[in-house]
Design a protein around this ligand. Structure first.
Ligand code: ACO
Length: 336
């Protein structure tokens, strides 16, 4: 049995913050942010937690598939900004949705959260352990950003997407192959200093601003360019696909320069690369499902298309998934 995506939706908070908003507050410019990252604007939630961002997408995905929350067997929430450290945001979302028959858990793989949990979900489905998994992947990065730090605050946004994973009706369509990697040596370059069991919250950790994203941008940039390009190329090569065979690269949206380097390594033209970093920034676990959902809503992916999903993020974690799209075109009322 092969697993596949049978429904997809995304959601971002309504409030938009453009680069000028930052330029008015900290020592940065619209020009620096655009040219170094590709970001023009992003959405930040003004209230609620990550489950409030994901809930509308979860409801929309179930509606799209024509099932009710009671039909959901398992919920995975991929995030590094859970509502609380415990209980799992999957439990909180389950309650908000009314999916009382579902069990579930959270998965923390930062920007690779969607890829890691898509494979986890597909293996649960393929084994027959569950009939379906509602995979909700996203982050409320504004909760862990130091808005006085120009090196990190301008990079991120809030948002996420949800997919339903079920057995594929056609063995030639669905999740075909994956490469997932991890290197914990990357921790030193990208982490949140305090708030966990190693360094619990205290007056000192708050005063020292240790509850925010800490990133050594250049070190991560170098690792990301190599890591994401390597796995994206490798998954094409080992499946005997050429750039002509691939309909879309759907890359994690951290930096346009990382995306361009990955596409170049794969030999893909710009028209085959999904980019929306200009509108959302880096939503961490949210970027890939938001990209996929937008492509679906715009009717730009067709049944049978080969898609390569690729990511790189904290851990380090990175990887690529080869997916053969199995959904029919979005109904006209869902086209955006
Ligand atoms: N505005 C103006 N200047 C800035 C800003 C800013 N917002 N931020 C940094 N600068 C300055 C720096 O201080 C530095 O100045 P200096 O030369 O006087 O010292 C200069 O710009 C260059 O800084 P770099 O850090 O070298 O800039 P770089 O070109 O590397 O871009 C960036 C920084 C965008 C962070 C890039 O390194 C990057 O994208 N890194 C990878 C990010 C990533 O992929 N993260 C993984 C996912 S995130 C996750 O998993 C949670």
């Amino acid at each position: 049995m092969r697993a596949t995506i049978t429904a997809i939706a995304h959601s971002v908070p309504p409030t938009v913050y453009d680069n000028h908003w930052f330029a008015e507050r900290i020592d940065t410019t619209d020009e620096w942010i655009r040219t170094r990252t590709g970001i023009i604007e992003r959405h930040f939630a003004t209230e609620g937690g990550v489950t409030d961002i994901l809930l509308p997408a979860a409801e929309a995905a179930l509606k799209q598939r024509g099932i009710t929350p009671l039909d959901v067997d398992c919920i995975i929430v991929a995030t590094v900004t859970p509502d609380r450290i415990f209980p799992a945001s999957a439990a909180i979302l389950q309650h908000k949705l009314g999916a009382t028959n579902a069990w579930g858990f959270d998965l923390a793989a930062a920007c690779s959260g969607f890829l890691y949990s898509l494979i986890t979900a597909s293996k649960l489905v393929e084994s027959g352990a569950v009939r379906n998994v509602l995979l909700c992947s996203g982050d409320k990065m504004s909760a862990i950003l130091d808005f006085d730090d120009r090196a990190t605050s301008v990079l991120f946004g809030d948002g996420g997407g949800c997919v339903l994973i079920e057995p594929s009706a056609d063995d030639n369509l669905g999740i075909m192959d994956f490469i997932l990697r991890m290197d914990g040596a990357g921790e030193v370059h990208l982490h949140q200093k305090a708030g966990g069991s190693l360094r619990p919250p205290s007056l000192e950790t708050v005063t020292n601003r240790e509850h925010y994203v800490y990133q050594e941008g250049q070190a991560v940039f170098k690792a990301a360019v190599k890591g994401m390009a390597d796995v994206s190329y490798e998954i094409m090569e080992r499946n005997h696909l050429t750039a002509d065979d691939v309909a879309w690269l759907i890359p994690h949206q951290a930096n346009l320069r990382i995306i361009d380097a990955t596409a170049e390594r794969m030999g893909l033209s710009k028209e085959k690369v999904m980019v929306n970093i200009d509108r959302y920034g880096n939503t961490t676990a949210g970027t890939i499902p938001i990209c996929l959902s937008e492509l679906y809503q715009q009717r730009k992916i067709k049944k049978g298309d080969y898609l390569v999903l690729s990511s790189f993020g904290a851990g380090y974690t990175w990887g690529s998934i080869l997916l053969r799209w199995s959904m029919e075109d979005a109904p006209m009322e869902e086209v955006s």
